[in-house]
Design a protein around this ligand. Structure first.
Ligand code: AMP
Ligand code: MG
Length: 349
């Protein structure tokens, strides 16, 4: 298949191109597009065949449900059994934005889109290209991250091209995304609203709106026998090709330990990648050092994480040693992705 690649400026949206992309979706085709979190691979959420194509293009396990993207809050009512009051409270505060709600689906959404589940994940993105595309389509775009299953999520069109060129109808290049990590998922079908995936909207932010909210125990104990409730969270994910080891502890000890490990690996003839920060990038004399951003600016760390993991793939390093980050607020989402990328391979110093 020949994949059409087009550039769209998010500030001056080319409406003709968007209408054409909307037609592709209406006709059952697949279009990758930017959102504020990561690039999504879109298909018509109400078309079972389109959803099947999404799984096929990504090589995604068929029990891993897709997120349905809408462009106005009231359209949510068309695809769910009922909208609980918390959904409106959260929507008012965090939509458009990086938050996904899980609700009971009705029969307008096929099981192919929800991986066989009776619930559906819904998000209203803020990215102007994403919203224009939703408006130009049926209004319901099923879109998981636009990467090959298991690889780091795409934060630039180049990453989508790497993974999906030749497998889908069109890729819209809208430049680099703003947030860089996937949305926070909140399950409203449980008695107590439950975070199934941490993201830019943090537990603390949700607590300001909801009386009660908890974190899926399967997430906290991600290396134990408890299964996470979001099917996608159980797979090894975001993984670079090289083995990745996360070193945790006091900053100076972490630097010393990474240097020690690096020395040993280099002696064995291995090429080593080091994931460092603005504050520490000059402290590693050996190894290929990539700087993820400043510890003073957590947002920059989130934004660069997946791109850096892909960069190590391109450099073909044999092993990656990474510093770790605080587990508070947005740091929780960053650490969740890093731990998964490392297959929970952590060294405490
Ligand atoms: P992605 O869009 O690639 O980030 O994947 C969507 C994520 O949402 C995956 O982790 C899914 O398991 C999760 N998800 C989607 N729908 C549901 C649902 N109905 N219940 C629980 N998790 C869901
Ligand atoms: Mg994904």
């Amino acid at each position: 298949m020949n994949t059409k690649i087009i550039k769209i400026d998010p500030v001056h949206i080319d409406q003709e191109e968007i209408e054409a992309a909307g037609k592709i979706l209406i006709n059952g085709g697949l279009v990758a597009f930017p959102t504020e979190t990561v690039y999504g691979l879109g298909g018509d959420a109400r078309n079972a065949e389109a959803s099947k194509k999404i799984y096929e293009a990504k090589g995604r396990p068929s029990d891993n449900p897709l997120i349905v993207h809408i462009s106005s809050v009231d359209r949510m009512t068309e695809i769910v059994k009922e909208v609980p009051p918390q959904a409106y409270l959260l929507a008012e505060k965090f939509w458009p934005g990086p938050m996904t709600l899980i609700l009971h689906k009705n029969d307008r959404i096929p099981y192919e889109t929800t991986g066989g589940m009776d619930t559906v994940a819904i998000r209203l993105p803020s990215d102007p290209i994403a919203r224009a595309l939703i408006d130009a389509s049926s209004g319901f775009i099923a879109a998981p991250s636009a990467n090959t299953s298991g690889r780091p999520s795409p934060t630039r069109a180049e990453h989508v091209i790497e993974d999906l060129n030749g497998r889908i109808d069109e890729i819209i290049d809208g430049g680099a995304v703003g947030i860089g990590l996937e949305s926070t998922i909140i399950d409203l079908t449980e008695e107590v609203p439950t975070i199934l995936r941490p993201g830019y909207v943090t537990l603390e932010m949700l607590q300001e709106v909801l009386d009660e909210v908890r974190v899926d125990p399967g997430l906290i104990a991600a290396d134990s026998k408890r299964k996470p409730k979001a099917p996608g969270m159980k797979y090894r994910h975001y993984a670079p090709k090289a083995e990745l080891l996360l070193v945790e502890g006091d900053n100076t000890k972490v630097v010393d330990e990474i240097n020690r490990l690096c020395e040993l690996a280099v002696r064995e003839g291995k090429s080593v990648g080091i994931l460092a920060t603005e504050e520490t990038k000059g402290c590693y004399p050996k190894g290929e050092v990539l700087c993820i951003g400043s510890r003073k600016d957590e947002d920059s760390i989130g934004r660069h994480l997946f791109g850096i993991l892909r960069e190590f793939d391109r450099m073909q390093v044999d092993v990656i040693y990474s510093e770790s980050f605080s587990d508070a607020r947005f740091g929780q989402a960053i650490m969740n992705r890093l731990l998964k990328a490392a297959g929970h391979h952590v060294l405490e110093v």
